[in-house]
Design a protein around this ligand. Structure first.
Ligand code: ADP
Ligand code: MG
Length: 620
């Protein structure tokens, strides 16, 4: 397999010694790591402080944006202007988070429940992507200071359960921070890499990655086979973590010292002191058996055995998640070969014991649980950079692989520079009612239109049971083995009909030709983007025309003659625009049609509902 990478911005073959960094963008803490003399190391702060950067952003009065430890200090004194847990909001709409609004101390905007959330700070709105980019910028700066050179390429980790929108949001945050995100890697995969798992051929095992952080718990079961990481199952609790242990300790002190809960909660500073003291107590039990401190006249005591009683219910909850994850992976506990501990909260001895007991295995905890994900990301970055010559993962696909979708667009499934072997799946559906066959055309290249890319082959998935358009779930898998042979598999999930072909993706392409295709794609990027915009506008317009037609047919009696005529003439106008190639005109005409018909649609809906209710008595 070829190893060429191209600097997209410069349009030239990238420097071999380009350093790609690994970033763990966490809910509570984030950190950055890189490879030095063949070993991953996490970067410390300026004054030699730790490697963790609290994922907290503070907007100071002077307009400055502060990230990390200093921002964390503002959580209590200036909560409206201090943002934490942004990761929970990535790729989410207000609908997704409304039940948790009270969890956030800052303002989440709810003007439009369907669209992505925004956060209000002072008189500006920020998307979670922008906010995350502040954290990434801080990390970028940290490593640039350390190494005294510019850095612009990164691998960023995300939880295994992150969906496409959340991954894309993370990627965009990287872009905003001035980082070319070469790969989004699953956190459990990174943790496994840090332990050296999956880095050599024939390394076949099943791994449980137990990650208990500040506010979230994730358990992932992975299968590693010939360097391919497959997530068999994930489970967890998005509101369970070290913070809950801190709260349990405070509750314990409230009881043991007879503290008035309301007056404690009313006193921000004291409240914060208690939180910090509880966290300090918790951490002390990694080394000591007893904790005591006098705070504001209260004698706060905690023995290790009492502490463990407080931790136990939290630990048990995580074990229940582990049980479910193993079951969902359709495995028996004895089939798990290794357990890896990730996240600061796994330092608590009782947690380790419980996990070890459950899996009947000694847990892997040699690496710093705070750093392990970032270290793994740095290893993945090094692999992508082509530095791990003896490693199977070294191989990458030199050109993107994808399929043709509506309008002749290239839908990339395996991006350029993806490691091989690899296996990627994506779901599609039909666009016509009752569609029985689906043609799957496989292409290689970087251009937005398949006609500019190279066709590798095609096949037809036959025998899809007739269903309305959009209902069939067709999963297409690209499986790229270590020898560069691509297998494309398509399956309709409801009926299980499937079809596959094998393609030798490299066959016939010289390195020169590949380089040429890449350079062309860069040179044509702008033009391609315009064409893509046009095609997308056309697709959308066609869909709207179809629904307008349907709407007119279904509501013939409700609409006045004038309304019908105006709708028809706007639809005609749109059809004319679609036939041309002015993207802006299509969009504008589409908006006109939409704007005109939307009140009509509301009225029709009201009439239809009223009709449906007519004659029905309450209580019937
Ligand atoms: P995240 O992945 O959510 O960003 P981390 O993995 O950084 O979170 O974990 C942060 C949590 O780990 C905090 O709740 C912190 O109190 C806890 N923690 C850190 N060190 C210890 C320790 N020695 N003992 C127990 N908990 C710890
Ligand atoms: Mg984490």
């Amino acid at each position: 397999m070829a190893k060429i990478s191209i600097d997209i911005k410069e349009g030239k073959i990238a420097d071999e010694k380009d350093l790609i960094i690994g970033i763990d963008l966490g809910t509570t803490n984030s950190l950055v790591a890189f490879m030095k003399d063949g070993e991953p190391i996490a970067v410390k702060g300026k004054n030699g402080k730790g490697t963790l950067v609290p994922s907290v952003i503070h907007f100071a009065k002077n307009g400055k944006v502060i990230v990390g430890d200093q921002a964390k200090e503002k959580l209590i004194s200036d909560p409206q202007n201090t943002i934490y847990s942004v990761k929970r909001l990535m790729g989410k709409s207000y609908n997704d988070v409304e039940n948790h609004q009270q969890y956030f101390g800052y303002k989440i905007i709810d003007e439009d429940t369907e669209s992505l959330v925004k956060i209000r700070v002072k008189d500006r709105f920020y998307t979670p992507i922008e906010l995350s980019s502040f954290i990434l910028k801080e990390l970028k700066q940290r490593i640039e200071n350390e190494l005294n050179r510019a850095i612009n390429k990164a691998v960023i980790t995300v939880p295994a359960y992150f969906n496409d929108a959340q991954r894309q949001a993370t990627r965009d945050a990287g872009k905003l921070a001035g980082l070319d995100v070469l790969r989004i890697v699953n956190e459990p995969t990174a943790a496994s890499l840090a332990y050296g798992l999956g880095l050599s051929k024939g390394d076949n095992q099943t791994i449980a990655v137990y990650d208990l952080g500040g506010g979230t718990f994730d358990i992932s079961i992975l299968r590693i086979q010939d360097g391919i990481f497959e997530v068999l199952s994930t489970n967890g609790d998005t509101f369970l973590g070290g913070d809950d242990i801190d709260r349990a300790i405070i509750d314990h002190w409230i009881g043991s010292c007879n503290i008035d809960r309301d007056s404690l909660h009313a006193n921000d500073n004291l409240n914060q002191e208690f939180r910090l003291t509880a966290e300090a107590a918790k951490k002390s039990f990694s080394k000591n058996d007893h904790f005591s401190k006098i705070l504001n006249g209260y004698h706060l005591e905690l023995s290790k055995s009492t502490f463990e009683k407080l931790v136990e219910p939290i630990a048990d909850k995580t074990i229940e998640c582990c049980r479910k994850a193993v079951k969902d992976a359709e495995l028996d506990i004895s089939e798990i070969d290794k357990v890896i501990m990730v996240g600061g909260s796994t330092r608590t001895g009782l947690i380790k014991e419980k996990v070890s007991q459950f899996f009947k295995l000694e847990v892997n905890d040699d690496l710093d649980p705070d750093e392990v994900v970032a270290l793994g990301a740095a290893i993945q970055a090094d692999v992508l950079a082509g530095n791990q010559k003896n490693v199977l993962l070294l191989d990458v696909t030199p050109l993107s692989l994808g399929i043709e979708t509506v309008g002749g667009l290239m839908d990339t499934i395996v991006p350029r520079n993806s490691k091989i072997p690899s296996k990627v799946g994506r779901q599609y559906t039909t666009s016509i009612d009752g569609q029985k066959n689906l043609r799957i055309s496989v292409f290689q290249g970087e251009r937005d239109l398949v006609e500019h890319n190279r066709k590798l082959g095609e096949f037809i998935l036959k025998g899809i049971p007739p269903m309305p358009a959009g209902l069939p779930k067709i999963e297409i898998h690209f499986i790229l083995n270590a020898d560069g042979i691509l297998k494309v598999k398509a399956q309709e999930l409801r009926s299980k009909v499937e079809q596959e072909i094998e393609i030798r993706s490299q066959y016939g392409l010289s390195e020169e030709e590949m380089a040429k295709m890449l350079i062309e794609s860069i040179q044509n990027a702008e033009e391609d983007m315009n064409i893509r915009g046009l095609l997308e506008a056309r697709n959308e317009a066609n869909n709207i025309l179809l629904s307008a037609e349907k709407f007119l047919k279904q509501n013939d009696k409700i609409l006045t003659l004038e309304e019908k005529n105006i709708t028809l003439s706007l639809a005609e106008k749109l059809k004319t625009a679609v036939a041309g190639d002015d993207k802006d005109l299509i969009n504008k005409t589409m908006d006109e049609l939409n704007e005109y018909t939307s009140p009509l649609a509301h009225r029709a809906m009201d009439v239809n509902i009223a009709k449906a209710m007519k004659g029905k008595k309450v209580g019937e």
